[in-house]
Design a protein around this ligand. Structure first.
Ligand code: MEV
Length: 430
């Protein structure tokens, strides 16, 4: 069922910052405190001092919202924290294209994390595997002694598997995988605690030595995927017809599928969107990055995280699938007020829903990049915001930034020296 509110807020970029804040406030019923946190950055210096070591300050980044997202018939405004120009605009534009095809269909696995215990000094490999298999239930029970509130919410350790590495340079190695349902948390702490708690028991029953006990970021039991189509009619521009643009995009997609050099950049574009959402919501984006790239190489050659094809009606269809270990409780989501505000704007009810939204955002970002690259190139869009950044770097007053950027773009001279000259001219006039 479609919610009444629609995220198709046209021309949001043309509104003033205050108007954009007001629209977002009304969208998510933000409190005065939420709005204040958007102004102040959501983290006091003394709170930052509690988060990491040797704190000397805080570091701000722009917080924007992407429009037009329709995922599983629900409208979303996507909070995005990112320093790179064009990403938010491109994401919103691509979401509009997907919307013309009915929006995204997204789904996800149960939130199953994978924890690893490295067993060494193995005397009888097959016997150790057998013992672990026979004691599965006890291992799970032991691991769950530390599960606390996650267990209360229906999560905790659910399965134990073994992987054998024969005759390595350090002898036989058996890796025990503990599958752990993290519910709405990312789960790193819960999993690592469980692994450290259960490993003496595993050492005792197997007579081996546990070396590393740590979660795996290749959380391929915790994937999300998103799919959607774009009508050919929505893809044409004044230089190329819709079917021609689709052909260009399919050529670009195949390039990324076949060539790791291109796949790395293609996937970087996908992660532009996903990371921006993960940073906004206080998630460990490095963990997701690690998992995404490892997953992209799962067949032995690094490849694209997305697949694109033409459907029976000649429209473009795309699909993305990647591990998305994200949470809506715990970690920085608890401490950082902007992470809480971002989750409020998003309105997701579970970690799985957040993962599904993230997958859709990645697919949208990917479409936007390929469409731009396969048509006009990405530089023209990039240059508008780049020109603004140069104007700011040249010391322009806030009210002059847009005009100076526009003039440089019209002159075809987007350079710091030119920005400085224009700033000087304007300052001498006042
Ligand atoms: C730039 O941040 C991302 C792109 O390079 C992605 C791509 O090439 O697909 C535009």
């Amino acid at each position: 069922m479609t919610r009444e509110r629609r995220s198709t807020i046209s021309g949001l970029y043309k509104r003033s910052l205050a108007e954009r804040q007001a629209i977002t406030r009304d969208w998510a019923d933000l409190s005065a405190k939420d709005l204040q946190s958007l102004e102040e950055g959501g983290l006091a210096l003394h709170e930052a001092d509690m988060m990491i070591e040797n704190v000397i300050g805080r570091y701000s980044l722009p917080f924007g919202v992407a429009t037009n997202f329709l995922i599983n018939d629900i409208d979303y405004l996507i909070p995005m924290v990112i320093e790179e120009p064009s990403v938010v605009a491109a994401c919103s534009f691509a979401a509009k294209l997907f919307r013309a095809g009915g929006g995204f269909q997204a789904s996800s696995d149960d939130p199953l994390m994978t924890g690893q215990i490295q067993l060494l000094d193995i005397k009888d490999r097959d016997r150790v595997v057998q013992i672990i298999e026979q004691h599965k239930a006890e291992i799970i029970d032991k691991a769950n002694e530390t599960a606390g509130s996650i267990k209360g919410r229906g999560g905790g350790a659910v399965d134990v598997r073994t992987r054998v590495f024969e005759n390595t340079s350090i002898g036989e190695m058996i890796v025990v995988h503990l599958l752990y349902d993290a519910r709405d948390a990312m789960g790193a702490n819960a999993v690592n605690t469980a692994l450290e708690h259960v490993s003496p028991f595993i050492e005792k029953i197997t007579g081996s030595r546990a070396n590393l006990r740590i979660l795996s970021n290749l959380s391929d039991n915790r994937r999300a995927w998103a799919e959607g189509s774009i009508p050919a009619s929505a893809l044409g521009n004044k230089y190329a017809s819709g079917p021609e643009v689709i052909d260009g995009i399919l050529e670009a997609a195949l390039f990324a599928e076949l060539d790791p050099y291109r796949a790395a950049t293609h996937n970087k574009g996908i992660m532009n969107g996903i990371d921006a959402l993960l940073i906004a919501t206080g998630n460990d984006w490095r963990a997701v990055e690690a998992g995404a790239h490892a997953y992209a190489a799962r067949d032995g050659r690094y490849s694209s995280l997305s697949r694109w094809w033409k459907d029976g009606g000649g429209d473009l269809r795309g699909r993305i699938e990647l591990p998305l270990a994200v949470g809506i409780v715990g970690g920085a989501t608890r401490v950082h007020r902007l992470a809480q505000t971002a989750l409020k704007i998003l309105g997701v009810q579970s970690a799985r829903q957040l993962a599904e939204v993230a997958a859709a955002v990645g697919l949208a970002q990917n479409l936007a990049a390929m469409r731009a690259l396969a048509t006009d190139g990405i530089q023209s869009g990039h240059m508008r915001m780049h020109a603004r950044q140069l104007a700011i770097a040249a010391g322009a007053h806030t009210e002059d930034v847009v005009a100076i950027a526009k003039q440089m773009k019209e002159e075809g001279e987007i350079r710091l020296e030119r920005a400085r000259e224009l700033v000087k001219q304007r300052k001498s006039r006042t």
